[in-house]
Design a protein around this ligand. Structure first.
Ligand code: RB5
Length: 158
């Protein structure tokens, strides 16, 4: 069974609850890392919790919800091994899986309504990494990830 790690800040809390209910009806196992109310919190804390669960193998993938999805994606992408994609339509959600092997979907509750968010999430979960030439490119992302703070040996000013 696929375990989906869920996290949200106060802006994303109501949409997280909607997505959790939908995931459960679809048979997914949900690990909910909060927040559990509309009281103001800091989105990086939830990005870290879900991202850590994914990198530790406690969740197969993650879904993060904030106001725009941007802050969650930026924060989650600081964790080694995380490829978080902020998506506001089904096409980019599918591509983020097929081409980028995204392991976290970030959604913006202030820009994406419940039905659209469910369509995006359903599309994202159904999509799979295409491999092939995309694997070569994702491998290069992995190299960048491992070498954080180091200049690429190929980097040259042109
Ligand atoms: C909270 O007001 C808002 O900044 C947050 O939810 C998110 O949109 C940040 O990227």
């Amino acid at each position: 069974m696929t375990v989906v790690g869920l996290g949200a800040d106060h802006a994303g809390f109501p949409l997280k609850e909607d997505l959790k209910a939908w995931l459960v009806t679809r048979g997914y196992d949900v690990a909910d890392f909060g927040t559990q109310s509309a009281d103001a919190v800091d989105y990086p804390d939830y990005a870290a919790a879900v991202g850590s669960a994914v990198t530790a193998g406690k969740a197969d993938c993650g879904v993060l919800v904030c106001g725009t999805g941007i802050g969650m994606a930026i924060a989650a992408n600081k964790l080694p091994g995380i490829r978080a994609a902020a998506c506001s339509d089904a096409y980019t959600a599918r591509m983020s899986r097929e081409h980028n092997d995204a392991n976290i979907l970030a959604l913006g509750a202030r820009i994406t309504g419940r039905d659209a968010a469910i369509e995006i999430l359903e599309t994202w979960l159904a999509a799979a990494f295409a491999g092939g030439r995309h694997a070569r490119r994702v491998d290069k992302i992995v190299v960048l990830d491992r070498g954080r703070g180091q200049e690429s040996p190929d980097a040259q000013a042109r």
